[in-house]
Write a protein that binds this ligand. Sequence first.
Ligand code: HEM
Ligand SMILES: *[C@@H]1O[C@H](CO)[C@@H](O)[C@H](O)[C@H]1NC(C)=O
Ligand SMILES: *[C@@H]1O[C@H](CO)[C@@H](O)[C@H](O)[C@H]1NC(C)=O
Ligand SMILES: *[C@@H]1O[C@H](CO)[C@@H](O)[C@H](O)[C@H]1NC(C)=O
Ligand SMILES: *[C@@H]1O[C@H](CO)[C@@H](O)[C@H](O)[C@H]1NC(C)=O
Ligand SMILES: CC(=O)N[C@H]1CO[C@H](CO)[C@@H](O)[C@@H]1O
Length: 526
Amino acid sequence: MTSNLVSRITGMVCEGWSWTVIALSIASILFVWHEWVSKKWKKQETPMPPGPRGLPFIGNLLSLEADLHLCFTKLAKTYGPILKLQLGSKLCVVVSSPLLVKEVLKDQDAVFANRSPPIAGKTVTYGGIDIIWSPNGPGWRTMRKVFGQKLMNNKSLDACYGLRQQEVHQMIREVYSKIGTPINIGEKMFLTMLNLFMSMLWGGTLQGEEKTSLGVEIREVVAEMVDLSLKTNISDIFPVLAWLDIQGIERRGKKLLAWMDRIIDSVINQRLKMDGEKRKGKMEEEEKKDFLQFLLELQKEGDVTTSLTMIQLKALLLDIIGGGTDTTSSTVEWVMAELMQHPEIMRKTQKEIEEVVGMDNLVEESHLSRFSYLNAIVKETLRLHPVIPFLVPHCPNVSSTVGGYTIPSGTSVFINVWKLHRDPEAWEKPSEFLPERFLNNTEKYDYRGNNFTYIPFGSGRRICAGIPLADKMSMYVLASLLHSFEWKVPNGMELDLAEKFGIVLKKKNPLVIIPVPRLSNVKLYM
Ligand code: HEM
Ligand SMILES: *[C@@H]1O[C@H](CO)[C@@H](O)[C@H](O)[C@H]1NC(C)=O
Ligand SMILES: *[C@@H]1O[C@H](CO)[C@@H](O)[C@H](O)[C@H]1NC(C)=O
Ligand SMILES: *[C@@H]1O[C@H](CO)[C@@H](O)[C@H](O)[C@H]1NC(C)=O
Ligand SMILES: *[C@@H]1O[C@H](CO)[C@@H](O)[C@H](O)[C@H]1NC(C)=O
Ligand SMILES: CC(=O)N[C@H]1CO[C@H](CO)[C@@H](O)[C@@H]1O
């Protein structure tokens, strides 16, 4: 009886328990449901950016035009300053107003300072461990630090001035030998800049025959790498298919890297051998120092905050060639093209150079800071023709919000610099070439990306790492071309400024013009 009662009571208690459990379960389900619904609502509060409707699977792939900068600008007219495009399974967002660009490159700089490297880029840079493609992390920070503090400072740059001077004089000699015949300026500048970089990187080692033959080999590899990276690549858009490597981009990239790697290895080994011999022989003298020398000395010091692995060192050398050659040579070509269209501006800058240098000398780098008009011309040229028109795409490492829209992590974010630079709200007569607008505004518009209406080198922590060198090299080469020669248009040739989109914004039709000597002292050309 008692046991019966006990069991009844425990039964009731248990029943009570089970009711509690059920009630609790219902409550928690309601709670989870509520959370889910409110999250959904929250999601609707920050929707994805607007954009053209795409087809299933391929997205907006077919609606893109070849000239992406024009296409993006047109789309921005319809969808506003932030819009999305689905390219296969890749989500891209294009941002094109100063305010939103500031949100990406300044307010949320750390989050957006990552990359989503294309397969070709990754393959030719030892798996994307270089400065350009590394994510925002310790490896990237060390390499940037070494690059910025050890290579791009005044002392290191001055130490290899002799190497630059030698190459610029060589260029003047070569142009002089072509007097009266048409020269393809873009092609000539590409070779000039490549020679300049190779000289600065490891030119201290190589002389004569060896230098020439290595130059030819590297030129071929770099040209092929550039060519490869301009290919639209199916694997990037459909990563599912990447393992097939349908276009052979990965295979070709690997072959090119192996080739380049062999060249760099042989240069480094030669340098290490030379150093050993030198230490055995005479005391080390302060001679023309190149970048390789700086980097190897840094490694010998063994400071942990600046020590690179050998593979990082090699990737850095490759970045300098890859990031510097095409950009600086295209800049020079665009400046020359604009000056050919504006003879009065050409005359005015030649007069400025003449007043500083005279007619009995060649231009030296120490003159550059006094060419304020030429400086304004380069700035205005980079405004109208920013040679990297969308920056290198940025990529958020976490889902974030820009302009009230959600940008999922892993999205490729394109900054439409081309459009910012022609925004009628920021620029008077935006499509006219008026270098004067930069003359009295040196602190307002520099290359540091402080004003989001003018960012030819980007802004924030991912800003171009080579600005001091880019500035020096393009000014030095330009001033030399303008001081030593007059330039004429070949008979029957039309000048134009049509643009062709690529990672680097190039002239659609190459600038071909004829040099005429300007200096009376022929010895200066020898
Ligand atoms: C007129 C010439 C040049 C222009 C217009 C230019 C422009 C740029 C731009 C727009 C970026 C991307 C910035 C971003 O992603 O937000 C960049 C990155 C970079 N540039 Fe340049 N550049 C030039 C010359 C050079 C030179 C001469 C070098 C090397 C000596 C160089 C080295 C680099 C490197 C290493 C990066 C990657 C930085 C990073 O991702 O952290 N650039 N450049
Ligand atoms: C994203 O980057 C930021 C800034 O570097 C960092 O604080 C954060 O931990 C990163 N988040 C993830 C998920 O990696
Ligand atoms: C490097 O030189 C330039 C001009 O020659 C000068 O404006 C700049 O302040 C110098 N930078 C440093 C860190 O000395
Ligand atoms: C940036 O330049 C624009 C003119 O183009 C000017 O109105 C604006 O005040 C500048 N912003 C800053 C922060 O200097
Ligand atoms: C720039 O300033 C100088 C004097 O400082 C003046 O003569 C010149 O007219 C100004 N140029 C422009 C475009 O404002
Ligand atoms: C659209 C696109 O992502 N294109 C990439 C395809 O791959 C090449 C190299 O193979 C990249 O450089 C392109 O950016």
